[in-house]
Ligand binder design. Structure first.
Ligand SMILES: Nc1nc2c(c(=O)[nH]1)N[C@H]1C(S)=C(S)[C@@H](COP(=O)(O)OP(=O)(O)OC[C@H]3O[C@@H](n4cnc5c(=O)[nH]c(N)nc54)[C@H](O)[C@@H]3O)O[C@H]1N2
Ligand SMILES: Nc1nc2c(c(=O)[nH]1)N[C@H]1C(S)=C(S)[C@@H](COP(=O)(O)OP(=O)(O)OC[C@H]3O[C@@H](n4cnc5c(=O)[nH]c(N)nc54)[C@H](O)[C@@H]3O)O[C@H]1N2
Ligand code: SF4
Ligand SMILES: [Mo]
Length: 920
């Protein structure tokens, strides 16, 4: 077999491909190739009318030419010669042959197989980390087939993705409306309330295009966030809210809709039929149930009695308190309660009572936003909801509710995120704008299957809701032994235990427990082998100094390496993968997906070697096949590919493109089979394409019904209700979890247990950060600023920080590589534009140049991204600040879903200049 992939013939000058360097993709592009050299990136005009951005990638994709020819690339396999690991240890990497590198990895795998795949704590001895929201999967070829062939892998060690990403929304969104990510139905909505969603920067070309078109149509967007982002700058209104008080703002909106608007201004039909609003709640907080069937009861206004919610011909009451007789309730740990005679409130009534104190006047104090502003935002939301209007989509009449609310990543993770996610979803329910044209929509599923079809993931479950698999918390059912080092299964019921669950657990705990585990918890050993690809936790996580220390404890690290970076500095073996323009992969495209990818087509796209790999870099699929062959895993690996680990099953009832399992297949053979199987599946065998066809044409799509952007028809067809407003199931899970943890004498999760509420109530969310400052030995008065972060258009997290073109274009962006602060606040501190400042928290400090603006709250500073590199070539010379140095890794700043926020209390002082390289 030839070691190198064949490049495309020289005559080809424009090679279709995809970019999936950030979660807003995949987007389409073409690569201009002259004399075998990639010279430019350009749109793929064949996708006009198919791709929502008409075949255009964003500025980041234009950096891929420099990425390919970066003189600092790792271009041979390497091994470490200095056994000591640490930031200040020179790894002493030396070039080795592919044979030596692959044999070393295979030998380690065989070794582990011989000792047992689990260690003495029953933790997988092999761990793997992939960064940036799952996008590395679109660059790792058949590596998932290796992971499947191996079996026990610990995905516990996160990078910044997950816990500091849009985490709570992933969990609650998917629970409530199969919405791992959420966006507005931008193409049809009239009003978007954006709480810190910087969508013009973070949403990729599809979002930018959709929002630009919407502005021409006359949409209004109100941007609610502490500093004026580019999204705020091109919105109709900017509301500078105090950080981490968004829940109070939204609870006050709920108050206005419930207590200031007329009832008939709400979508009463939606609330009665598609939510649990009429379900009766008893005095102990549990749904009242029919004693025979166990079904939740509602008050029927026709017969004036309590009846099961799904009884035909009833008219359920929305508001009210009712006297009911002979009813049951199901408490925690299967406790059965019987009531002879009891007063019951509808869930809607309980919500009304709970939301009564949250007036706009109350929220004004908390949020530092005038009550009149909150009231007018709530009123505009209601006035634009068009309740009663319908629209026909794909032959089906659906409600038309053109109002949407989106939440950015600091709003929907960490403390306060549950309240925000609930309030956002409830506000949509109050006006019937959830999962309908114009409203707030989910885009994709990750915790439920099938991943490629969120509608098909909806199945009837308990109590008239869709099925959701929580991790068991009942007595005798709770998993007291974690299956991974971040303990997602014992600690986080709502994350479940599907393939993505572990990576969405509290992944910082895995790192923290390597240093110190609570005494009631078995201190985990580091994994014997850790694979890292396209991730840089040493830069992207919190308290990066501590992460680095813990990373140095990993005994054998295999890093796929593009350039040297802060994480692969700790590696034992570096494997250079052929990058974006040099290797082959086929992925799905279209349908609906994060962030604003709503297509009227669905199908597959290809990434292909537009140019020969540089140096000794190799296609990921070739590398994987060789690891498997040498480790004795070939048959299991080929079997996994046949089962679908490389995209789609190669064999199904109606077709068979499967590979012989005892043979080594080359890269093209594998993707040719995948291409045929995928196109067979898409067309029921009517139009089967091979790899050569896809290489020429770039994409293969079939129509995707626009009706399938919306979940409501699926809910209606199955007679299901959204699990709103009352969270009986979560309340129960929280009580049971508390009992289990306390039975094991575990009390360090008690604050998190408080988040399990049937209905959210406000608690002083910002206080968590003030308390943390104090607990770390600081006095809150000495750290008077909130420091927050944001994305930058030309950068995908830290992924392309080493590409000079990105820094060059970013010079045009306000605040690039700086500490952005309010000009008035700076003046009081004697800080002028361009001065060096030091940003300090109790744990550490970072330095950057001050950029002074008016569009930032005086109590807030902003530091973009994660660019405090000390190893990544080029990036390390930029001397940029990063909040990740100063945000603690903290149990107390972890919410019940296991996430935290990129937020910290800091001081800002003027200093003479930058830090020396080794002090950064
Ligand atoms: N301060 C701050 N921190 C943040 C954030 C923030 O906004 N501010 N955002 C957080 C969020 S939301 C996320 S999702 C995480 C993401 O953080 P991570 O998941 O850790 O991902 P990246 O920082 O993108 O790291 C990508 C790494 O892959 C390497 N790489 C790039 N291309 C290739 C390639 O072709 N081959 C190989 N082998 N390697 C490659 C890059 O050099 C880089 O080291 O960061 C989080 N951290
Ligand atoms: N160009 C680019 N696009 C990306 C990425 C990238 O790295 N670069 N990364 C992708 C990833 S992994 C993710 S997770 C998404 C994230 O996408 P977004 O959620 O849009 O993330 P940010 O740009 O960090 O937006 C943060 C905004 O929240 C505001 N903010 C901070 N704290 C608060 C608060 O307490 N309340 C309110 N209301 N606002 C607050 C800030 O002012 C800022 O404008 O972006 C994705 N898209
Ligand atoms: S938004 Fe830009 S970087 Fe992200 S996938 Fe699309 S083209 Fe690539
Ligand atoms: Mo993210």
């Amino acid at each position: 077999m030839s070691l190198k992939q064949k490049a495309v013939p020289e005559a080809v000058t424009s090679v279709p491909s995809y970019c999936y360097n950030c979660v807003s993709g995949p987007d389409l592009m073409t690569v201009r190739v002259k004399d075998g050299i990639a010279t430019a990136i350009a749109p793929n005009h064949d996708a006009i009318g198919i791709h929502p951005a008409h075949g255009r990638p964003c500025v980041k994709a234009y950096g891929l030419v420099q990425k390919t020819y970066n003189p600092d690339r790792v271009l041979t396999p390497m091994k470490r010669t200095n056994p000591k690991k640490g930031r200040h240890e020179d790894p002493g990497f030396v070039a080795i042959s592919w044979d030596e590198a692959l044999d070393a990895v295979a030998a380690k795998l065989k070794d582990i197989e011989a000792t047992g795949k689990l260690d003495e704590n029953s933790m997988p001895r092999v761990a793997a980390t992939f960064g940036h929201g799952g996008t590395p999967a679109s660059y790792m070829g058949t590596f998932p087939a290796f992971l499947a062939a191996w079996g026990a892998i610990d995905f516990s060690f996160g990078s910044g993705q997950g816990v500091k990403c849009v985490h709570s929304e992933h969990l609650y969104g998917e629970f409530w409306h199969r919405a791992f990510t959420v966006c507005a139905d931008t193409v049809q909505t009239r009003l978007i309330l954006s709480f810190g969603t910087n969508v013009e920067v973070s949403g990729g070309p599809c979002a930018v295009r959709r929002h630009a078109d919407a502005r021409i149509r006359g949409i209004k967007r109100i941007q609610i966030e502490p500093h004026l982002s580019p999204t705020g700058a091109c919105s109709a209104e900017w509301v500078p809210i105090r950080p981490k008080t968004d829940a109070a703002f939204m609870l006050a909106m709920v108050h206005v809709l419930l207590h200031e608007a007329r009832r008939d201004q709400l979508d009463l039909a939606f609330l009665k039929d598609r939510t649990a609003s009429p379900y009766l709640v008893g005095p102990d907080g549990w749904y009242l149930r029919d004693p025979d069937s166990g079904k939740p009861l509602v008050w029927d206004e026709v017969s004036e009695r309590a009846v099961p919610h799904d009884s035909p011909g009833i008219r359920p009451a929305l508001d009210g308190t009712f006297e009911v007789r002979n009813v049951a309730a199901h408490g925690p740990d299967d406790e059965r309660i019987a009531y002879d005679h009891v007063a019951a409130r509808s869930a809607f009534q309980v919500m009304g009572d709970t939301m009564r104190p949250y007036t706009p006047e109350w929220a004004a104090e908390v949020c530092d936003v005038p009550a009149g502003t909150i009231r007018h935002v709530a009123t505009e939301f209601l006035d634009n909801a068009c309740i009663g209007e319908t629209i026909v989509v794909g032959g089906r009449t659906l409600p038309f509710r053109p109002v949407a609310i989106t939440l950015g990543k600091t709003v929907n993770n960490g403390w306060g995120a549950f309240e925000c996610c609930w309030a956002r979803t409830m506000l949509a329910c109050l006006v019937g704008a959830l999962e309908v044209p114009g409203g707030t929509l989910g885009t994709t599923v990750r915790l439920n299957r099938p991943h490629e079809n969120r509608l098909a993931s909806v199945k009837p479950g308990e109590d008239g809701f869709m099925a959701n698999k929580l991790n068991a918390t009942g007595k005798g059912k709770w998993a007291d032994k974690p299956t991974g080092r971040n303990a997602h299964k014992p600690l986080i019921p709502i994350v479940g235990d599907s393939s993505w669950a572990q990576a969405l657990g509290p992944t910082h705990l895995a790192w923290m427990f390597l240093k110190d585990a609570p005494k009631e918890w078995a201190k985990p050993n580091p994994p014997d082998l850790w694979f890292a690809f396209r991730t840089n936790p040493a830069i992207s996580f919190w308290d990066t100094d501590q992460i680095i220390e813990n990373m140095a404890k990993m005994p054998f690290v295999v890093a796929f390496a593009y350039t040297m970076d802060e994480t692969n500095h700790m590696a034992d073996i570096l494997l250079p993968d052929a990058t974006d323009l040099e290797s082959t992969q086929i992925i799905r495209v279209g349908g609906t997906k994060f962030v604003e990818q709503h297509w009227e087509h669905a199908g597959i796209i290809i990434r292909q070697p537009a140019v020969e790999p540089q140096g000794e870099a190799r296609d990921f699929t070739w590398i994987t096949t060789e690891i498997c062959r040498r480790a004795g895993l070939l048959e299991a690996y080929n079997t996994a590919i046949n089962r679908g680990a490389a995209l789609v099953p190669l064999k199904r009832e109606h077709y068979d493109y499967s590979l012989a399992i005892d043979q080594v297949h080359d890269v093209e053979t594998i993707w040719d089979a995948v291409c045929k199987a995928a196109t067979h599946e898409l067309t029921d065998g009517a139009d089967v394409k091979d790899l050569a066809w896809l290489k020429t044409n770039g994409l293969f799509v079939v129509p995707f019904e626009k009706k399938d952007w919306y979940l409501l028809p699926t809910m209606e067809d199955q007679g299901l209700r959204f699990e709103m407003p009352y969270q009986e199931r979560l309340l129960k899970a929280g009580i049971e979890l508390g009992r289990r943890l306390h039975e094991h004498d575990i009390h360090w999760w008690d604050t998190q247990l408080k988040e399990y509420q049937a209905l959210p109530t406000w608690h002083d969310v910002p206080h968590h950060w003030l308390k943390s400052t104090r607990d770390l030995g600081g006095h809150p008065d000495d750290y008077p600023f909130w420091a927050v972060t944001t994305k930058s258009m030309p950068y995908t997290t830290g992924n392309n920080a080493g590409i000079p073109l990105m820094n060059e274009v970013a010079q045009n962006l306000r605040g690039h590589g700086s500490v952005v602060m309010n000009a008035g606040a700076a003046k009081k501190l004697g800080i002028k534009a361009g001065d060096w400042v030091e940003v300090r928290s109790p744990i550490s400090f970072t330095r950057g140049k001050a950029a002074l603006v008016q569009g930032c709250r005086p109590d807030t500073i902003v530091v973009q991204g994660q660019y405090a590199h000390w190893k990544t070539p080029y990036a390390k010379d930029l001397n940029f600040p990063s909040l990740n140095k100063v945000i603690p890794l903290s149990m107390e700043l972890t919410d019940a879903t296991g996430s935290g926020a990129d937020l910290v209390r800091v001081s800002v002082t003027k200093v003479d200049g930058p830090l020396a390289e080794d002090a950064r």
